[in-house]
Design a protein around this ligand. Structure first.
Ligand code: MRU
Length: 315
């Protein structure tokens, strides 16, 4: 059965909703070792930048002080800086003993709850208009955080305020986080929504069918360039051309002052199999080669605003 939380700590283990099984089945996994956690992160059973931050922090509590294991966890996925940030937050307390490590990890979890609520309010305040049609890519909802997400938290707040005309979720090939997860969350919140193929996103923006594009981020560089799910850049270009606000919603923990520009962000390459097959069915002829960058970079001059739990940044 699915709990309310995407990720939590229970009786000495990490519990996650297995996102590879949604929407068909809502299954909770109990992870008792760092190796199990690394495997869950790599196959996207737990995913999304804020959730990865919490996973990293709680993972240190599982590691028993094994620094090599902690280093492997920190590098399990490269693009979302939250993973390394969460690991570092908890690992800073290793010398104080396991209770201090766990307390620090639980603070990361609890801060996410407050941050996501604040981003939802601030993002909804920022947008103008009574009835908004908003487009989003990938999944930035509660499944990407602990209970409530980033960009999808703004959508949820708009809906709660009676200001959401409709949300458009891009499918998000190849792993379909939009089709499988975002639609599932929008339905659970009772928000009007439709599913859109990825390549129709920029078209709908260009034809005046969208009032705002709301996306999350896996890393914000010091100059305001942001990395997010592949397809975000095309939406940003379309939004700029159409004069539509392009708003990035991300917690402060996603801002990485040590990365000067988007050119310095490592983009995860997830290998060809995810492109060549769909849920076990081969799509392309044997021998076809594929490229599979999981993220792209949106330059800061295409971003209308970055909304965090503390401020609105206009890059
Ligand atoms: O590969 P994923 O599913 O982890 O990618 C997630 C995204 O791109 C999200 O938009 C990002 O992490 C922000 S989540 C609030």
């Amino acid at each position: 059965m699915c709990g309310v939380r995407t990720i939590d700590w229970a009786d000495g283990a990490i519990e996650i909703i297995d996102q590879t099984r949604l929407p068909e089945a809502c299954v909770t996994l109990r992870l008792t070792t760092v190796d199990e956690l690394i495997d869950a992160i790599r196959r996207l059973a737990v995913r999304g930048a804020p959730a990865l931050g919490v996973a990293g922090a709680l993972g240190v509590a599982l590691a028993g002080g094994d620094r090599a294991l902690i280093a492997r966890l920190r590098a399990a996925r490269p693009t979302a800086v939250n993973l390394a940030w969460g690991v570092d937050r908890a690992a800073a307390h290793l010398d104080e003993g396991p209770e201090a490590v766990l307390a620090a990890a639980l603070r990361v979890r609890d801060e996410d709850l407050a941050a996501c609520a604040a981003m939802g309010e601030r993002g909804a305040d920022l947008l103008e208009g009574d009835r908004l049609r908003v487009m989003t890519v990938c999944n930035t909802g509660g499944l990407a955080a602990v209970e409530r997400g980033t960009a999808l938290s703004v959508v949820q707040t708009l809906h709660e305020r009676g200001r959401l005309e409709e949300a458009y979720a891009l499918e998000t090939r190849p792993l379909l986080q939009g089709a499988r997860l975002t639609t599932w969350e929008l339905a659970r919140m009772g928000a009007p929504h439709r599913l859109v193929v990825d390549s129709a996103g920029p078209y709908l923006v260009s034809r005046g069918g969208v009032d705002a594009v709301l996306i999350g981020a896996d890393r914000v560089a010091a100059n305001g360039d942001t990395a997010n799910k592949i397809g975000s850049y095309a939406l940003a270009l379309a939004a700029e051309r159409a004069g539509v606000p392009f708003v990035v919603v991300a917690p402060e923990s996603t801002i990485d002052a040590a990365t000067p520009t988007g050119d310095h962000i490592e983009i995860e390459d997830r290998g060809p199999e995810e492109v060549l097959t769909l849920r076990g069915v081969r799509l392309a002829p044997e021998g076809t080669r594929a490229l599979n960058p999981a993220f792209d970079v949106t330059p800061h001059d295409l971003i209308t605003a970055i909304v965090t739990e503390k401020r609105v940044i206009r890059p």
